[in-house]
Write a protein that binds this ligand. Structure first.
Ligand SMILES: [Zn+2]
Length: 185
């Protein structure tokens, strides 16, 4: 991760805690393996034996490290599709590609709203929606990285984390408008 995010170095690494079942004292979604807490720069990994059995422990930790690196890059919030898409893509996390029960989002706004709304819920239906939207978020990030490479992409992320609006950052880094991204949905 330090190669992708040069500002994440030994002194700025998040604290990582591992739990065999759910994180004690919280009601973390059972569908989620890892959680990053920006308030104290901490990663909690839950259900470790399950993640190990599924071969997902390493990518789950890496996924949360991306969130930690992004939190250090600036205080502005990224759109959820970009934050999650980056975490999924850069951690080489595998997603369920087989489930097609959910209608994919057709616009960037639909994708953002879907990630937000279903991210609040802990039901299985919500999880199915998130799986579909996560694939779409990753697809946009993959397309951006294919276009100009990884370093260019992290430069773009940093600009956004410093408070630049999406339309402006997309225009200056990629000569694209937000609506153009719908082509990759
Ligand atoms: Zn995430």
């Amino acid at each position: 991760m330090g190669q992708i995010f040069p500002w994440l170095h030994a002194r700025s690494l998040p604290r990582v805690r591992f739990f065999p079942s759910g994180v004690p004292g919280t009601a973390a979604s059972p569908w989620v393996g890892g959680l990053y807490h920006a308030s104290d720069h901490r990663i909690d990994i839950q259900h470790v034996p399950v993640l190990l059995r599924q071969g997902r422990l390493e990518s789950t930790v890496q996924h949360e490290f991306v969130h930690a690196a992004l939190a250090l890059a600036g205080s502005a919030r990224l759109p959820l599709w970009l934050e999650e898409g980056a975490a999924i893509y850069l951690s080489s996390q595998s997603l369920d590609e087989t489930d097609t029960s959910v209608q994919p989002a057709r616009t960037l706004r639909e994708l953002e709203n879907g990630l937000y709304t279903f991210g609040q819920s802990r039901t299985h239906v919500a999880w199915l929606h998130l799986k579909a939207y996560n694939r779409q978020a990753r697809a946009i990030v993959a397309a951006l990285i294919e276009r100009n490479g990884l370093e260019h992409f992290t430069g773009f992320l940093r600009t956004l984390k410093n408070g630049t609006h999406l339309a402006q950052a997309l225009g200056s880094w990629y000569s694209l408008a937000p609506g153009d991204l719908a082509a990759w949905l």
